[in-house]
Design a protein around this ligand. Structure first.
Ligand code: OOB
Length: 532
């Protein structure tokens, strides 16, 4: 077992097996089983490349053998830093089969993040593309290589220069060595925090197979599903909620999209008759705007999953009328817990809630500041424990002591309330409150009101250090047309019945927001930008 990994206590592991959640399958066997069932069905499309299940299966085995030939073996960590390409999928399965553990870096990560990932994971290999969207990843590899004493191989998909080319790894002798145990760590995901360095999240084969297959069931995935991987594939959402893993398990087709912009996605949706994709809310806005000029036929689209940050009700309401497909809200986290609205939920629940927990064995608590549970309907911090929620970050004992209760509940840091139906409404982050001279400004609430102003395209509210108040509030606005003034905004907010202390003390007009590597608005970076 990987050191630094906190397993579930035996009684929980037994329960999750007995309840049929953990089935003793590995991620590698998921592809193997499908390739045996439907070898000639289309599994993967990347540009002009099209691989059947049989082809993907054979390629994954060959690559696993090649990596093994290099000395990469069960339990070794490999930082995977690939964009949305067929190689990402092939390599992930090769590593799953060896029992080597991919560390899922996002394409937007750079030197600081990668150096940290290499150090924490003590990875033996680092896999990059040659270039991606004009950026030369080999330069990055050169910059981090010397600071990572455990790193033995830099492997390049494409023109490798002095490094090892992925395409020419020796196809070592098959059959492969014995694969991993289903209870082994299969993958290390990155936590989605917008501040500090990301923590690594260990996910086991058992728990991640369940994550992907149960998600596929609530999203109605079948062998006819054609899924567009538009978000970075290394992220939990497009990877396994149900993402490409859930779709491959069901025998559907995965279409890799090089970027999440409408320019890249719309032609692929039309050409490949894509039925389903997943986006973060800011991209939904962008896609809806782009529809005005788009000429592509998007009528094949049946389902749009949206998650990653709060989807405003106004945007949610536009999805079905304008895109012509159903909406599924997904509230999830790399750490585990996933909530989905059901495809047949009443419209009001689909538009206004973040859904219900995926598993009947997800245990959810909503706790007040004193740690005690609050009554249903009241807002508090969400805590979660269950068959696919990790019991500890990788090698982070001190941090784990803070973010887990003694009985193993993960403190998500999210504020939520639970409706009688069991649906959760995410009300913000625990720290997403501006303390304005003692008065607590609820950030999400004010943002929602700001977005109703006709001259506001997107808006966030941030707290800035203030000599008198401790913190003052600043509305950062991306305008639609002529920018609104502070007086305009405040008159509008007052008209909507907002208390005076919630009115922004300042307004800043921005062209766009800085984003995290996954595409969420990076509030910490906005604040840094404002204070320099
Ligand atoms: C997803 O995962 P992460 O790990 O990048 O970020 C998790 C955090 C949550 O704790 C929450 O603060 C926020 O992102 N979040 C949402 C949300 N979905 C995620 N906040 C409000 N509404 C939502 N629907 O972001 C992620 C992982 C799997 C599926 C979907 C998203």
């Amino acid at each position: 077992m990987l050191d630094g990994f906190t397993p579930w206590p035996a009684e929980y592991a037994e329960r999750y097996r007995a309840r049929g959640h953990w089935r003793g399958r590995t991620l590698g066997s998921l592809l193997r089983d499908r390739a045996a069932a439907t070898p000639d069905a289309p599994a993967l499309v990347d540009g002009s490349r099209r691989w059947t299940y049989h082809e993907l299966d054979v390629r994954a085995d060959r690559l696993a053998a090649g990596l093994h030939d290099l000395g990469i073996t069960r339990g070794d960590r490999v930082v995977v830093h690939l964009p949305n390409t067929a190689e990402f999928v092939e390599l992930s399965f090769a590593l799953f089969r060896l029992g080597a553990v991919p560390v899922m870096a996002l394409p937007a990560h750079r030197e600081a993040e990668i150096a940290n990932l290499l150090a924490v994971s003590e990875a033996v290999a680092y896999v990059v593309p040659d270039t991606h969207l004009g950026y030369d990843a080999r330069t990055l590899a050169r910059a981090v290589r010397d600071g990572a004493p455990r790193l033995r191989h830099v492997i390049v998909a494409g023109e490798a220069q002095e490094f090892t080319p992925l395409a020419s790894l020796p196809t070592g002798p098959l059959p492969l060595p014995a694969g991993p145990d289903p209870s082994d760590v299969a993958v290390l995901l990155l936590s989605g925090g917008t501040t500090g360095t990301p923590k690594l999240i260990p996910r086991t084969h058992d728990d991640y197979v369940y994550n992907a297959t149960a998600s596929a069931a609530v999203a109605g995935v079948t062998a006819r599903t054609r899924y567009l991987t538009a978000l970075p594939a290394a992220h939990n959402f497009p990877l396994a909620c149900p993402g490409l893993l859930g779709v491959l398990d069901a025998g559907g087709t995965v279409v890799m999209c090089p970027s999440s912009s409408p320019d890249a996605a719309f032609p692929l949706i039309a050409r490949e008759r894509v039925t389903m994709t997943s986006l973060v809310p800011s991209l939904v806005l962008l896609w809806l705007e782009a529809l005005e000029w788009a000429e592509e036929d998007l009528s094949s689209l049946r389902l749009l999953q949206v998650g990653g940050s709060r989807l405003k009700a106004g945007t949610a309401a536009r999805v079905t009328p304008e895109l012509g497909c159903r909406l599924q809200q997904v509230f999830g986290m790399g750490e585990g817990l996933l909530c989905f609205t059901a495809l047949d939920d009443p419209e009001a629940l689909i538009l206004d809630t973040q859904g219900r927990p995926l598993s009947p064995d997800d245990e959810i608590r909503v706790a007040g500041p004193d740690g005690a549970d609050v009554p249903d309907g009241a807002t508090g911090e969400l805590l979660a424990r269950g068959p696919y929620t990790m019991r500890g970050y990788y090698r982070a004992e001190e941090h784990n002591a803070r973010v887990f209760t003694p009985d193993g509940f993960f403190r998500t840091g999210d504020l939520a309330r639970r409706l009688p139906s069991g649906h959760l409404v995410v009300e913000g982050r625990l720290k997403d409150v501006i303390n304005r001279g003692g008065e607590k400004v609820p950030v999400e609430e004010v943002e929602n009101h700001l977005l109703t102003h006709p001259a506001v395209y997107d808006a966030i509210l941030v707290g800035l250090a203030d000599e008198h108040l401790g913190e003052r509030s600043c509305a950062c606005v991306v305008p639609r047309g002529a920018p609104p003034t502070r007086a305009d905004l405040n008159a509008h907010l007052t008209g909507r019945g907002l208390a005076a202390f919630k009115l922004p003390d300042e307004i800043k007009v921005l062209r766009d927001f800085p984003r995290t590597a996954f595409g969420k608005i990076d509030k910490a970076a906005v604040i840094r930008g404002l204070s320099t």
